[in-house]
Design a protein around this ligand. Structure first.
Ligand SMILES: Cc1cc2nc3c(=O)[nH]c(=O)nc-3n(C[C@H](O)[C@H](O)[C@H](O)COP(=O)(O)OP(=O)(O)OC[C@H]3O[C@@H](n4cnc5c(N)ncnc54)[C@H](O)[C@@H]3O)c2cc1C
Length: 382
């Protein structure tokens, strides 16, 4: 297999969409609805998500029947790119729009679609990813949380951890063992469920991260009932489903645009005459971002054409995350060594926050070692 990154020209509808999002963002900024931040896609803000829903920026590609607008993946690409570049707080609806909604559309029952999708599109119903467990991160097939058959549904027991916004979300799509583990067929006997996080038996505990924010959580399930209508796909097919979901999780521009607002603030706060060193550093970062953007757009086009860009997405996430970790470090060293670099208080505060936050960029959504293993497998090298 070879990797295919085709040069893609955005269609006129995508340019129209970009104008709409920019005008929305200008209005929101003027109204004081948000202050630009790095990793805006992890910042949970119910009000802002509701505004995005009202403006028609959630569930864009979904069928009209479920509240969507049946638009192209490239139009959606432009929307998420603009929201990220502006540092808008889109974390509440991000997971639902990016992967849970599409997963339910592909594999859910009509009852589940009706219960969940319209609320997501309105920016009022939020989702969480239930993959990692205390002893299962990279090795996802080792999950031990389990589902047992009962009348009309399933009884769920176990524990998920590092669940982004899990303490605030409404529905989790989680991976559970529904057959005893078989060391010879590690990927068999797993099933995905859509679990109502307000159900009896669900206990949620927010976890504070290194920057002091409570972005993720630990969720315990004690005899939680899940109806048959909330099983995704076929019982036992969970591995196939979860790997498909991960391709959506890894393929978006949030994997290289998290620190874009920091670059913008750096340019805004810079002295009138940049030193050659500053110019070279900023130019290098912007050139890298431009190359990654071309890759991201070609991945969106491949998704639009019904292709499976899992290997391309893993490559883009790995390269994007490496750059996202590098940029704040480069800017930090400029701030320390070059007086002709940006030095204002708001810029330095954003830089300090981003340096701490960036430690998580290469963990969330899969580590570099795991991604590189996937890329090697995708290329037939292992
Ligand atoms: C901010 C943040 C948000 C997150 N949100 C979610 C979420 O919403 N839902 C969710 O389910 N999870 C979430 N996670 C968890 C994340 O997916 C895991 O942290 C990640 O998959 C790594 O798993 P682990 O932490 O158990 O580390 P481990 O799997 O224990 O890995 C530890 C180290 O060993 C390396 N390693 C592991 N296996 C191999 C191998 N086979 N070959 C080479 N090296 C290897 C890893 O690369 C890593 O460096 C989140 C994590 C973070 C930091």
């Amino acid at each position: 297999m070879s990797l295919a990154f085709e040069a893609v020209v955005l269609p006129p509808a995508a340019h129209e969409m970009r104008k709409r999002v920019r005008s929305f963002l200008r209005e929101q900024l003027a109204a004081g609805a948000f202050v630009p931040r790095c990793s805006g896609w992890t910042i949970f803000d119910r009000e802002f998500s509701r505004s995005c829903g009202q403006a028609g920026f959630i569930g864009l590609t979904w069928p009209c029947e479920w509240g969507g607008q049946a638009r192209s993946t490239l139009e959606r690409y432009v929307v998420v790119e603009e929201l990220l570049a502006a540092g808008a707080p889109v974390g509440a609806h991000w997971i639902a729009d990016r992967q849970s909604g599409p997963q339910i559309l592909r594999h859910g029952s009509d009852a589940l679609k009706a219960a969940v999708l319209p609320g997501i599109v309105r920016g009022e119903l939020f989702c969480a990813i239930g993959m990692s467990e205390p002893d299962s991160g990279s090795d996802l097939a080792s999950v031990r949380s389990r589902g047992e058959r009962v009348d009309n549904g399933w009884r769920i027991n176990g524990r998920k951890i590092w669940t982004s916004s899990g303490h605030l979300a409404d529905v989790m799509i989680g991976l559970f063992r529904t057959d005893p583990a078989d060391p010879k067929r590690r990927h068999a006997g797993l099933t995905q469920f859509a679990i109502d996080l307000h159900s009896p038996g669900v206990t949620r505990r927010a976890i504070r991260n290194i920057s002091g924010r409570e972005d993720f959580s630990e969720i315990t399930f004690d005899d939680v009932f899940v109806p048959d209508t909330h099983v995704l796909g076929q019982v036992g097919d969970g591995w196939k489903l979860v790997t498909g979901e991960l391709a959506y999780e890894r393929s978006g521009p949030e994997r290289f645009l998290s620190v874009f607002p920091l670059l913008v603030e750096c340019l805004r706060a810079r002295p009138k005459a940049d030193s050659p060193l500053v110019q070279a550093e900023l130019g290098r970062s912007v050139a890298h971002l431009a190359a990654l953007r071309r890759m991201a757009i070609s991945i969106a086009a491949k998704l639009d054409a019904g292709g499976d860009p899992a290997t391309e997405a893993a490559l883009m996430k790995d390269l994007g995350n490496a750059l996202e970790r590098e940029i704040p470090e480069r800017l930090r060293s400029l701030a320390l060594t070059d007086p002709a670099s940006a030095q204002t208080a708001p810029y330095r505060a954003l830089l300090a926050h981003t340096i701490v936050d960036a430690t998580s960029y290469t963990l969330r959504g899969g580590t570099p070692e795991v991604l590189r293993g996937m890329i090697a497998r995708g290329l037939g090298l292992r």
